[in-house]
Design a protein around this ligand. Structure first.
Ligand SMILES: [Zn+2]
Ligand SMILES: [Zn+2]
Length: 333
């Protein structure tokens, strides 16, 4: 299972969640048992989980936006609590998963089967950072070979977005991060240019304009702060689109210049979980990985046994970290 910044936000309290809760949502595992109504998944299969289960039949699902499934609440609904504390009160699970555990119970719609040729320590990445980062570029932004892309934030999601832009054939990919070491990593994953971001967004804008005087056709925000989302919009050329991926604290607001929006035909959009299409995306990601077009191995910069999870959370602050992956050492995948 991978450690995601969302887990860290809930851990620190910067994003709200009902307590008590079992965190963890970026996970691959083996199906131990299935219920009688399950038709798509079999015992023994290797699966990857998603926080966006979808019904496959509502208007949003059939129009290719399953992350906005109209029945997402009923897809997650349960007749009985999934987990109980010793006093009988219910315990929440992040995203209906709660992966920081030896075993967890999920709805059929929350998992996709992956082939055994995908190593489990990289398969888990498909569940969150790859779905979000690559998904945002392919489905959310719909980047193509004519496009120039700026990616703000070079953590797991940002690096995945850079790889997505490379897969999509973008002609320029500008990685932006405050930490120079992250930018060196970004080049290995397909960034053609790098910009060290400044605390003054105007400075960052000037640097991007020195590379592309008109601005970029797509800016992808993978940080989760209103300042970086506003920066994403400011980097756009006319007709450009800013796609915001980062989850921001409840109540956050964005300020964008109306003139730039209207006179320049610019676009600002969200792409929750990268607007991914999980069930078919998992096959797409697997094929790109197996054919060396999507580098998952190098994204796992640290592997630890599950018992050292807190060390893993601390390692997330290191400049060299892209993803920390925890292994259940007593279980063979
Ligand atoms: Zn995540
Ligand atoms: Zn649906």
């Amino acid at each position: 299972m991978g450690l995601c910044h969302s887990d860290l936000h809930y851990l620190k309290g910067s994003l709200d969640i009902s307590l008590p809760v079992v965190l963890g949502h970026e996970v691959a595992g083996i199906v131990e048992r299935v219920g009688s109504a399950v038709t798509r998944i079999k015992t023994g299969e290797r699966v990857v989980a998603t926080v966006t289960p979808s019904c496959g039949a509502c208007r949003n699902c059939i129009s290719g936006r399953p992350t906005q499934c109209e029945r997402v609440d009923s897809m997650r609904e349960r007749q009985r609590p999934r987990l109980l504390s010793p006093d009988g009160s219910s315990v929440e699970s992040l995203g209906g998963i709660g992966a920081f555990a030896e075993a967890f119970l999920v709805k059929e719609a929350s998992v996709a089967v992956v082939g055994s040729d995908l190593p489990p320590q990289v398969a888990c990445l498909l569940g969150c950072c790859i779905s979000t980062g690559v998904g945002a570029v392919i489905h959310g932004a719909k980047v193509g070979p004519e496009d120039t892309v700026a990616v703000i934030g070079c953590g797991g999601v940002g690096i995945a977005a850079i790889q997505g832009a490379r897969l999509a054939g973008a002609r320029r990919i500008i990685a932006i991060d405050a930490v120079p070491a992250k930018l060196e990593l970004a080049r290995n994953f397909g960034a053609t240019d790098t910009v060290v971001s400044s605390s003054d967004p105007t400075e960052t804008l000037i640097q991007v304009r020195s590379l592309l005087p008109q601005g970029v056709s797509h800016a992808i925000e993978a940080v989760g702060r209103s300042q970086t989302a506003e920066l994403a919009f400011s980097l756009l050329r006319p007709n450009g689109t800013a796609t915001i991926l980062g989850l921001m604290p409840t109540g956050s607001e964005l300020r964008i210049p109306a003139d730039a929006l209207v006179y320049g035909d610019r676009h600002l959009q969200g792409a929750y979980m990268g607007a991914n299409r999980f069930l078919s995306d998992v096959d797409m990601f697997t094929d790109h990985y197996l054919n060396n077009r999507l580098d998952l191995d190098a994204m796992v910069t640290k592997e630890l046994p599950f018992e050292r999870i807190n060390e893993g959370f601390e390692a997330m602050a290191e400049a060299s970290t892209i993803r920390v992956v925890l292994n259940m050492t007593d279980r063979q995948l």
